[in-house]
Unconditional design. Structure first.
Length: 246
């Protein structure tokens, strides 16, 4: 429709189109650098259908969680760019390690964007997430004794997180693996006091918005069902790429 109404008539009248395009270009060159980078951060699409994680996570929860909650973190983060121009020069990853230099709104929304982006990626439809690699299993066995022991410690951290937050399996700078938990939208990449830092290999959202429609107050049931969705192929890749020190 837009093409038919605006672009085609212009193409048919090059004498009109040329000065119009030149004018728009000049305007952009004049004003562009002064404009905030509204579109610096964007909401990644879900890598599967909203129904794909059922029955463990229902489609309504997935849609609201992704489109509205994650979408709001992205929009609010972009809304902070004008007041914090340094944001426009940072990737989402790089921002996490410099978060202490920014106000709380950037911490909450920048963390929310990073955390949820990893969350969709470490999940897969049941039966399609592969299995832990031999490297990951060796690291888990070395640090926790067994896969089951790691999962038990992870479940405890997720269940014990008071209020809203996340549980994490991380690879620390010394190469060891650890289970940790963060409040609100903080994460282990953040340069904040009280954060056990490391590269997140697997992160679980235990905010009520992640499970309340289906599980209400039964967070442990959500955590148990969530394990059936873990995308081990993604976790294996994260371990391989986490060799870079923080
Ligand atoms: Fe969430």
């Amino acid at each position: 429709m837009l093409f038919r109404l605006l672009v085609r008539p212009l193409l048919a009248r090059p004498l009109l189109a040329r000065p119009l395009l030149a004018g728009l270009t000049a305007l952009w060159l004049l004003l562009g650098p002064a404009l905030p980078a509204w579109a610096e951060f964007s909401l990644p699409p879900l890598p599967y259908a909203a129904t794909a994680l059922e029955p463990a996570i229902d489609a309504t929860t997935m849609t609201i969680h992704h489109d509205r909650h994650h979408g709001a973190y992205v929009a609010n983060l972009n809304g902070q760019i004008a007041a914090n121009p340094a944001l426009a020069d940072l990737s989402l990853d790089a921002l996490q390690g410099k978060i202490s230099a920014f106000p709380l709104a950037v911490r909450n929304n920048g963390g929310g964007h990073w955390n949820h982006s990893q969350f969709w990626a470490v999940l897969a439809p049941e039966g399609q997430g592969g299995t832990p690699s031999s490297e990951l299993l060796a690291a888990i066995n070395k640090n926790f004794g067994s896969l089951e022991a790691m999962q038990s410690q992870f479940n405890q951290a997720a269940a014990a997180r008071f209020g809203s937050g996340w549980a994490w399996l991380i690879r620390k700078a010394d190469g060891s693996l650890a289970i940790t938990s963060t409040a609100n939208q903080d994460n282990p990449l953040m340069d904040l006091p009280g954060i056990e830092r490391g590269v997140p290999l697997l992160g679980l959202d235990v905010w009520e918005h992640a499970y309340y429609l289906k599980y209400q107050n039964r967070r442990p049931d959500y955590i148990k069902a969530w394990w059936s969705l873990v995308n081990w192929n993604e976790v294996n890749g994260r371990l391989a790429n986490a060799a870079v020190p923080l």
